[in-house]
Design a protein around this ligand. Sequence first.
Ligand code: EPU
Length: 433
Amino acid sequence: MDRYLIKGGKPLYGEVEISGAKNAAVAIIPAALLVDGVCRLENVPRISDVSLLLNILEQMGATIRRVNRSTIDIDCSQARQTGVPSELMRKIRASYYLIGAALGRFGHAEVSMPGGCDLGARPIDQHIKGFNALGAKVEVEAGMVYAKAPDGLTGNAVYLDVVSVGATMNIMMAAVLAKGKTTIENAAREPHIVDLANFLNSMGADVRGAGTNVIRVYGTGQLTGGAYSIIPDQIEAGTYMAAVAAVGGEVLVKNVIPKHLECITSKLQEMGVTVKDLGEAVLVKRDGPLHRTNIKTMPYPGFPTDMQPQIGIALCLAQGTSIITESIWDNRYRYLDELKKMGVTVQVDGKTAVIEGVTGLTGAPVSCCDLRAGAALVIAGLAAQGETIVEQIHYIERGYEDLVEKMQGLGADIDYLLAPVEPDHTSNLRAIS
Ligand code: EPU
């Protein structure tokens, strides 16, 4: 049970390098199952969700080789659809991509209902609707999803009732090896959707229109190997930008695609933060007061729900009253309860949070309840006067590579507070017996 200890109140200065995108990596790694050959993936983030997925693929018979810090080779040519332990799959939301990938590759899939952060109801009905349209029979029983397409999958038109990142990518994966053409209408448009399509195309697939709300997939017989570099993480970059907004200072956020950050940049600019587009980096500076604003989370290119808690901290420190409307997840305001311990004044009513800006926060012991909430609590600790202890940091480690080291590089006073090692009585016993 490691924790972070933060001594807040120091502005952030320097440069930070952004890692590969978590939500692209957790789709592209399962999609490697569709490839009959070696996929070399570059810019892979070193986070626990990625390690879990690699572990799952290994248990399915894939060979994984780490080439260097951020490059791995995945060879799924000998992979099979075998029973990966359910407890492993339940640890991660993205295990649902194994349904689309295994259906596409083997014609059947057996996967535990996905786990991940508790953000409220997280149905997969739209994924199932897509698999059914392609000719698969899907049953959900005792926490397992069983999908079967004994006659193979055949392309079809799928209209998504809600804009879903997961359903869009899962249907894309099932469709690339299907017979004929699949059309996904009302598709999600996030940068990681485009990244998955580019990955699949670089392995020999024919996916068109990713990044718009109509995606067409023309089934191909086989995907062969190749090399692909994952895009930089939009949300990790946004988290450091929000940290500069809340804490103050000047930081060069490197290895980013500024276009992907526009939805975040424009809100920060409204709040009085300077953000300069430098091509493959953004320079973020805040030395004056923060202005209030309103935020409504929306599918891309709207303001991302995955940035709502981090920007929420900056709003807590802005002059005046700000209103947040969370329109994607039901349960994404729990971090605000923790923040009340640090002096934040906020009222939540359903999808709406009304935040009264305060002039400063006070350090306190707080506990993460999900990944982005965890990042928000770290930012709050860095902005607060005094000491903050952040507990349940395993949530943060699911999606942020080296958060502590990167923040330290910007001058933040943050470190691990390691749990004391329990004395190992068993080794004594072994020596005696
Ligand atoms: N939805 C349905 N039915 C479905 C699928 C989704 O009703 O079959 C609803 C959801 O309940 C939600 C909305 O549609 O209200 C959007 O859900 P989506 O499917 O887009 O979310 P997801 O694919 O489960 C991914 C990210 C989340 C991110 C959301 C929205 C991954 C592994 N997760 O989840 O990331 O919040 O898209 O952008 O890619 C995070 O990184 O912290 C995180 C939670």
